[in-house]
Design a protein around this ligand. Sequence first.
Ligand code: NCD
Length: 350
Amino acid sequence: MSRLTGPNIQLNELGQLHHFLTIEGLKQQHLIEILDTAESFINPNTQEIKKVPILRGKTIMNLFFEPSTRTRTTFEIAEKRLSAQVESLDIETSAAKKGESLLDTLWNLQAMQTDMFVIRHAQSGAAQFFSQHVAPHVHVLNAGDGQHAHPTQAMLDMFTIRKHKGSVFDLKVAIVGDVLHSRVVRSQIQALSILEAREIRVVGPKTLMPESPEAMGIHVYHDMEEGIKDVDVIIMVRLQNERMTSALIPSEKEFFKLYGLTKERLALAKPDAIVMHPGPINRGVEISSEVADGPQSVILEQVTYGIAVRMAVMSIIMSNAAQLKQHRAEQASLDLDEPHTLNAMEEANS
Ligand code: NCD
């Protein structure tokens, strides 16, 4: 049976998501499907009976090789709300600490009849690597790989924007902080441009800006006041100190002075602008407490929506797998029918 085909290795032969590794290369319809499906999962967040049986009988393995608070917990909650059997490997006490390789770990966990892996790893490309080594029926979801991508975070951010602004289309969005090292920002920029935001700005010191912004379709600002002027959405990101190989900013205090989001600066954006942050926030470094806890902040809403969006991605992937199975069964029966059709045609012509 053929494995994944096409230029985007996360898509199946019907062009649907089989894995979820990156936003890059996806079509607007893929993103809209996730956002619309997430909408249908918003109610379970507030209802008393939160569970739906979509993933009953499926086993999901969460593999977090890097620290996580929001992503790991909301994935686990989403999986449980979809009625899956959920396992989260504690890497610190696993045999990975005895030198077992990543692939051996993967194959052993797959032998436990895992249907889906959710993986976070410090190495860029780790999720894709996993996806190339799992069995064809197993799905891989990227929960953050190095500096590369964090697709479910970008989708929950798009969902939050849509909730507040109606749509992403035509908005002006400023992303402020350590753009260079952020997998979240990379995925956000891709999602914003697929959903046709009017203007995507990145704001920060030269040392933390990407190398070829033109190719990414973004505008770079080194002046915070100019960068956030008249925008609809401000996304703040943390300094990713663990990914910096040398000192790229003078000090955290200096950074706050130049790029910290304060109430005074926020007043330069549109009056109804929303303030977002994927977390973890560092108060007094990239954002003041007054703004983080203020009326324009939607930071904790992002966390809540993370559950619905992750439920959406997992249920779409499982429903795609069922559709693919049916498509292949139909193809196989067509192949079987073919000789009869040919015979019938020959008889009719003779
Ligand atoms: C981010 C991550 O881990 O990439 N956090 C998250 O998933 N919500 C952002 C960060 O660590 O700064």
